[in-house]
Ligand binder design. Structure first.
Ligand code: C5P
Length: 431
């Protein structure tokens, strides 16, 4: 059975000569059992007509955000929610720039902002345009926003140039969608198997946990998972094998990252201990619920007319990161934790570093506006244990995007790992 069977794929087509291949792509997706709806930019219609795509998919093709008739059918928000995958092929340099900067000036860019779907794009453009630093910056930004970039491939181009910029063949795109991996990377923004973290395995926890009270209710918190996902994306870009144990969040899995979905703290605990033992580093970024219901009700709790209050008995959840830090030395990865505080940041962070037995802690003040939970920016204080000193190492970052902060944390983590390796007698060369 094809993995694409029943998948709802929203195919976005932008204005490149490769748009003629999108008709074949739509056919292949249909053949693989996917439901396909097409959105075309204005420019794309100069290369291929909506009627062609309509005939191939059996669905009306959407071309405009401000089309009252189309909006009366499936409105753009419904369309955004409908999709399991947003696949843009071809993605031109201009569309990549608009997507990277969060524009919403036409239907396709608006759908991108409104959708939680998996995002995949196949860039196609002239080789100089692809190589341009602005396009490379946009590609990096898109990858860290969770877009999976397929290609471009290198070769002869329609304009007569030779180099990277060809859209992958429709068959290659379908295969990549099926296996969930990028194919034919021709550019610099791809996962970097020879990067500074190549050969390392990094396991992370991210997002909130969800603790059931009864079959329909649960305890949780406001964690968006953005910081953990940014760290996972950054670690994969640096070349690490990345395993992301994720609570329920509405974020796309970053390219090249292996994701393990869990709901409760106990499930996260089990997955963390299983994966930590063969990891080089473990980052606990999840906002784990401290307590869970002692005995979740088997049936929905009923409102009672004869009682004005309800008492829930909660019991403590395991401290996941402390359990990983307490693993025997031979199995123990480098352990990095987070501390979200509203006062006495450094004091509480130092205490957590010692009490939980961590190697490094990333502390941030969540009482400051625009930082921490759900925000896109953050500033952090990094503290790390120094075996030969009584005080921890210390670095205060500026206010950064979560992607920049993730890169900074990873940079320090790699430094700590190499310091650890240098002091480990088992890894030193014998004279
Ligand atoms: O104690 P506190 O929740 O402030 O500690 C935060 C750090 O501990 C984070 O790294 C978080 O992921 C981790 N943690 C955990 N398991 C818990 C509670 C916190 O791994 N039960």
């Amino acid at each position: 059975m094809s993995p694409l069977l029943g998948q709802r794929i929203l195919l976005g087509i932008s204005a490149g000569i490769a748009a003629y291949k999108s008709a074949h792509l739509a056919r292949l997706l249909k053949k693989a059992g996917a439901e396909v709806r097409v959105v075309m930019t204005d420019g794309a219609q100069a290369f291929i007509t909506p009627l062609t795509l309509q005939a191939l998919t059996g669905e009306a093709v959407r071309t405009s955000l401000l089309d009252p008739e189309a909006e009366a059918g499936m409105g753009h928000i419904e369309l955004a929610r409908w999709a399991d995958t947003l696949l843009v092929a071809p993605a031109t340099a201009d569309l990549m720039a608009r997507l990277a900067h969060g524009h919403a000036d036409d239907l396709l860019t608006t759908l991108n902002l409104a959708s939680d779907a998996r995002r995949v794009m196949a860039p196609a453009m002239n080789q100089a345009m692809w190589r341009h630093p602005a396009t490379q910056r946009n590609a990096e930004r898109l990858a860290s926003d969770g877009w999976q970039l397929l290609g471009p491939a290198a070769g002869d181009q329609a304009c007569g140039d030779v180099g990277p910029g060809r859209m992958l063949e429709p068959e290659e795109i379908v295969t990549a969608l099926t296996v969930g991996e990028s194919a034919g990377q021709g550019g610099d923004a791809s996962a970097n198997a020879s990067g500074p973290a190549a050969g390392l395995t990094i396991t992370l926890t991210a997002g909130p946990t969800r603790e059931p009270l009864d079959p329909v209710r649960y305890l949780t918190n406001h964690s968006s998972g953005k910081m953990g996902y940014a760290l996972a994306a950054s670690a994969a870009r640096l070349g690490a094998r990345v395993r992301l144990i994720s609570g329920p969040v509405s974020l796309a899995t970053p390219p090249g990252v292996e994701r393990i979905d869990v709901e409760t703290a106990e499930q996260m605990h089990a997955a963390a201990l299983r994966l930590a033992v063969d990891s080089d580093a473990f980052i606990g970024c999840a906002a784990v619920a401290d307590y869970r219901a002692a005995a979740p009700a088997e049936h929905k709790l009923k409102k009672r007319d004869d009682a004005e209050s309800l008492t829930l008995e909660l019991v403590k959840n395991p401290d996941i990161i402390a359990a990983v830090a307490a693993l025997p030395a031979a199995q123990r990865p480098l352990v990095v934790g987070f501390a979200a505080e509203t006062q006495d940041l450094e004091h509480y962070a130092q205490d957590k570093l010692t009490r939980k037995g961590l190697d490094m802690i990333v502390a941030n003040d969540v009482s400051l506006a625009g930082q921490g939970f759900g925000a896109d920016h953050n500033a952090a204080l990094l503290l790390w244990r120094r075996p030969d000193a009584t005080t921890p190492g210390r670095h205060q970052t500026a206010t950064l995007t979560k992607t920049e902060l993730a890169d900074t944390i990873l940079h320090h983590l790699l430094e700590r790992l190499s310091a650890r390796q240098a002091s480990d007698p088992h890894t030193q060369d014998t004279p």
